[in-house]
Design a protein around this ligand. Structure first.
Ligand code: NDP
Ligand code: 2IT
Length: 449
């Protein structure tokens, strides 16, 4: 058995034991770095793979909080501090009922390589809680965030582990988490990013992931003599990433026609009404059902009434942007996109395409922009926020946007260079994995055992 297969068996057995999503992420990375290991066998001597697939620390904590009727609730909180070879642990926090150690280990593992691909000195981590923010009052959200931070604040620090946003954690939650940290430690240390501007947040952080996704896709397409301008685009999700991707697609002259949430999908063939979408999802925190009630040009398809995947992927498009959650685009949906002549898939969410979906896209020569590269703009601007905070500095929205564009374009160039070096043609997923792995592995060797 060769070294990589052996490591995969270890992963399947002890590391992942029952963690199917975590194993999916490991298998995807390990399969594509084979040419790199073949060319650089010294990493076998250092047993880097077995070391890199095992998290440094997994923290689990109990969160007790009181709702508005003074009833006591208990939730499970987690932080996976996966790898800090390149720098302090960095990664988002997710509040969603589906959160469990398997999901967070996959996200933290992906974050190691994504963060390395940005070229910035940050390690990989992820955290969260199985808390459902839906239907909670603002006060209940605040109490939960305070309880989360109280249970866990002594495990983080501005040079140790820096939190950030993810599903269910936006500026509001980050503000409350940061406020509680300040209260507990009497410090203004930048232990979390995506802060409200009033608390030292970066002007461009809330839009960075969605904008960065479009910048990356446009750079890639320009390199191939193509453009998104005038093209029909489909987007899933209707949260932070999806909304800002839609906004930037309009800015560059593309036509975004779909969005979705956990309850259903909107198809608006004239283009999504961005102001209405923001009002419903960001202001009212309501369901997309309201969009269809307001907009008669739109079709609304309820998730429970739709068989197989998501209705988003039934809509013919030039470019598809999955921006909701993991494994939302499976084999059947991939086949529909291919049958409808899709040209490019660019991942805004983390690992939204299943292994079978990716295989199908690759087999059919569909350009595939993997999450690790395409959605790295968010964490990259998080590092700009950290650096502004520690230098007591300020960058304007224009300066941040300029830096974001440069970062996304450099990520693309670095990946393309890696693809050329390993004769991978346009297999950007393999190029991204090799680039990220190489940077982390080098640091692990340099730091010793
Ligand atoms: P938000 O919480 O702002 O939005 C999430 C969206 O996805 C909502 O529309 C939500 O529907 C939908 N959704 C979430 N979970 C599910 C589910 N299990 N099934 C169906 N729909 C679901 O999160 P973000 O936009 O921040 O995150 C979206 C994705 O992007 C995630 O994969 C995240 O990890 C990734 N990401 C986020 C970054 C960031 O900066 N925020 C950076 C890089 C990646 P509903 O409104 O009904 O809840
Ligand atoms: O998946 C991600 O890159 C994020 N959720 C953003 C992490 C961060 O620390 O800004």
């Amino acid at each position: 058995m060769n070294y990589i297969q052996q490591a995969m068996e270890i992963a399947r057995g002890t590391n992942c034991a029952g963690d199917t999503t975590f194993f999916q992420a490991i298998e995807e990375v390990l399969t594509s770095i084979k040419p790199f290991i073949k060319k650089n066998p010294e990493y076998i001597e250092h047993n880097i793979i077995e070391r890199i697939i095992c998290p440094n620390r997994e923290i689990r904590f109990k969160i007790e909080w009181l709702d508005d009727k003074n009833r006591i609730h208990v939730n499970n909180g987690y932080r996976i501090q996966f790898n800090n070879a390149l720098g302090p642990y960095k990664g988002g926090v997710r509040f969603h009922p589906s959160v469990n150690p398997d999901i967070l280990k996959f996200l933290a593992f992906e974050q190691i390589f994504k963060n390395a691909i940005t070229g910035l000195h940050i390690g990989g981590a992820k955290g969260g809680a199985d808390f459902d923010p839906k239907g909670k009052s603002d006060q209940e959200i605040m109490k939960f965030c305070q309880a989360f931070m109280t249970a866990f604040y002594n495990s983080i620090g501005e040079d140790i582990d820096i939190l950030g946003g993810d599903i269910g954690v936006g500026e509001r939650e980050v503000g409350y988490l940061f406020g509680q940290y300040k209260m507990l430690t009497n410090s203004y240390d930048s232990i979390i990013t995506s802060k409200p501007i009033a608390l030292g947040g970066s002007e461009g952080r809330s839009s960075a992931t969605g904008y960065g996704l479009v910048y990356f896709t446009q750079t890639l397409l320009e390199d191939m003599g193509e453009t998104l301008k005038g093209k029909i685009c489909t987007i899933s999700g209707s949260g932070n990433v999806a909304i800002h991707a839609i906004e930037k697609l309009y800015d560059i002259g593309a036509i975004p026609v779909t969005c979705s949430d956990s309850k259903g999908t909107i198809h608006d063939p004239n283009g999504i009404d961005l102001a209405l979408l923001k009002e419903i999802k960001l202001e009212q925190r309501a369901s997309l059902e309201l969009y269809a009630e307001e907009k008669k040009t739109a079709t609304y398809v309820k998730r429970e009434e739709y068989q197989g995947g998501s209705y988003v992927w039934d809509i013919p498009c030039f470019a598809a942007f999955p921006c909701a959650t993991q494994n939302e685009l499976g084999e059947e949906s991939a086949q529909k996109l291919i049958d409808n002549d899709v040209k490019i898939i660019a991942e805004g969410a983390n690992m939204p395409t299943t292994t079978q979906g990716i295989e199908l896209f690759m087999k059919n020569d569909i350009i595939f922009a993997p999450a690790k590269a395409a959605n790295a703009g968010g964490v990259a601007v998080s590092v700009l926020e950290m650096s502004q905070n520690s230098a007591f500095n300020y960058w304007s929205p224009e300066e941040i946007d300029q830096k974001l564009q440069e970062i996304m374009s450099k990520i693309y160039r670095d990946i393309k260079k890696t693809c050329d070096e390993y004769n991978l043609d346009m297999d950007l997923a393999a190029g991204a994995n090799i680039l990220g792995f190489k940077r982390v592995a080098k640091a692990m060797v340099a730091q010793g055992v």
